[in-house]
Design a protein around this ligand. Sequence first.
Ligand code: EPZ
Length: 417
Amino acid sequence: MGKFYIDGGKRLEGSLRVQGGKNAVLPILAATVLNGDISYIKDCPKILDVSTMINILKSIGCSVKWEGKTLIIDSSTVSSYEVPENLVREMRSSIIFLGSVLGKYKKVIISYPGGCPLGPRPIDLHLKALKQLGVKIKEEHGFIICEASKLTGAKIHLDFPSVGATENIMLAAVLAEGKTVIYNAAKEPEIKDLQDFLNGMGAKVSGASTDIITIEGVKSLHKVEHKVIPDRIVAGTYLIAAAITKGEVKLTNVEPNHIQAIISKLKEVGCKIHEEKNSVYLKAPKNLKSVDIVRTQPYPGFPTDMQAQMMSLLTMTKGTSIITETVFESRYKHVEELMRMGADITLEGRTAIIKGGLDLTGTTVYAKDLRGGAALIIAGLVAKGTTIVEGAKHIERGYERIDKDLNLLGASIRKEN
Ligand code: EPZ
């Protein structure tokens, strides 16, 4: 699985370019099935989740190749609507193939998804919405079998602004007959990036970034070229890494508008932040201040994908802070690992109470999911001695080169397979 060794006590400073967005590119990769043609995806991050998506695309008949940071997919040779079970189990977000394979072939067979252990991650909202588009759904032996004689546009209201459900509906609706409107749609920037990609191949989608998205079905789609938006969670992770080491960094390839909730909390901690068009500069204070409450919410609220990293930072602030995780049922697997490093954290249901100001001590800790793993690396940056983070693969699902990146800023991290 691989492990990271982090020697604590190094102050981060310098400039770094942020990778393309994982949660933007994954639905875009699934969408390449729709045009039965070539898709050029620029600034595609080379992360494990992308490798898994490439394997799925190849398994259904696409040809895929890298040219530098551009991924080129040809979906004119797709020959199957069965998404391989072993790959779906590897990564929950592969459920996004439900919408694109269905949208193109009106049939798909896929197994229930695996992925991060963030509590039960049902897909009831996805399936309920697809039924409204005319899809017949059977569930047999852990597989979902979807079929539609035709896909017809519908008015769909989501009980929760689910990112994946919003994306699956968009993908299933672009070639449907008539108009689909999604109410209470997710507003994450990644949804807007998917809209731009789909429109780039000739779809007619509008409203992304608001809670009402309209898709006018079209007859066919064509080749497309698209640059993926920056990864706002990687940007947030690196800003917190700089803050916890009382450092000073400039990140480029950042959309400041996508990380306002993170910037706001970092200012509460006492950081000075300067934004430019595509970059952000942070200078940490001598003493990090605690934050009354951090409540995770759907965008544009504080992102649940930054909750673990924020918790690591708050263990080093003077005073008591509270975090409430409102999006996922159980996203606190990093708490017991931080406590092994000496943090004082009390869990009460979805709320964590962090008593900051104690020193952290390096020891062996275990990454159990992607962002929890990143939080442990962040804690290791300031822990006394060396921290060993087992489970590197979880972290490499979403971070292209977190060790090399942080070492460029002055950290001392090495990877052992
Ligand atoms: C996306 O997951 C992201 N993944 C997650 O990032 C992110 O945490 C999440 O959105 C929320 O922002 C990708 O984009 C690949 P949801 P997704 O559907 O689509 C419940 C990371 O670290 N729900 O918005 O799975 C669900 O159980 C990952 O990069 C239902 O109940 O998230 C969860 O509690 C982790 N029924 C909540 O909604 C459904 O049918 C949010 O889920 C669907 C979701």
